[in-house]
Design a protein around this ligand. Sequence first.
Ligand SMILES: [Fe+2]
Length: 319
Amino acid sequence: MTTTVHAIPTIDIAPLLTGDAAARADIARQLGEAAQTYGFMKLVGHGVPEAVIADTFSAAQDFFGQSEEAKAPYQERKTNRGFQPMFDNAKPGQKPSGQEAFSMGHPIPPEDPALLSLPFYAATPWPADVPLFRERLETCYHEMFKVGERVLEAFAVHLGAPHDFFANVSRNTYSNMRVVHYPPQEAVQHIADEGVRAHEDQGLITLLIQDMNGGLEVLGPEKDWLPVVPDERAIVLNVAKLLTRWTNGRLKSALHRVINRSGRERYSIPLFVHPNYHQVIDARDFAAGEPVRFDPIVAGDQVYKNFAGERKSWAALTS
Ligand SMILES: [Fe+2]
């Protein structure tokens, strides 16, 4: 009897930058197959400098290491930007997550005043008294965002679309990045069962830098929880719900969760790549002759609606 051992694949994407068309097409195929099977993969050869990653972890430790009084002024409830305290992100009727976070918006704001008035484009309340915090996070953001653009190009090729099919989505994007701190599970279990309960991400793709403590798990094709084993060279990539919808279900977003069983403080840096607010997500673009499974929606409206259903703070904005 043979047993298939499922593990999240690792893909070297360096040829996306330096390779010829055939090499790029091969990487696109690998990324596409991983996205269709697991919805999750680890990327090496991504080009984000080690020092940028180390500096961002260090900035996160500097910020979260402060007292609650020092962090509190940087919580912006109306827009969900800035500091998000421990246990503050409960869905109605559920236990909260055992994490604290800092959320930044896309560093290049849109010029359109109508877009600027939407919470997704709100300014980030940067802490002035943590040296280099903003600089380090913005540098990391730009580096990771470039990886995201390359991955979307590769997905376009895999899906049989022109390589620049997704190029427009980055103009006026409402992408955002967080730095997240998960204390050891034992320290939060009186209130929280998990660091993050099982969920799918809302955008197109998510890129994640995680430290070496582990704790991220994804629901695999056999419906078992697979660990996303840390690799200090790797950025984790997962497909999120907008891209699943856009590709008529061809690329799969997968349920994932975090439980920090390491006994140590865990830090992670997710970048949520979203299109511009008004981008129409139309499954007919990629249905390739298959029955169309999803009605077209406007990206920002849909994501806003989903957040409002999940988080008290977003719901308060819309009521
Ligand atoms: Fe997630």
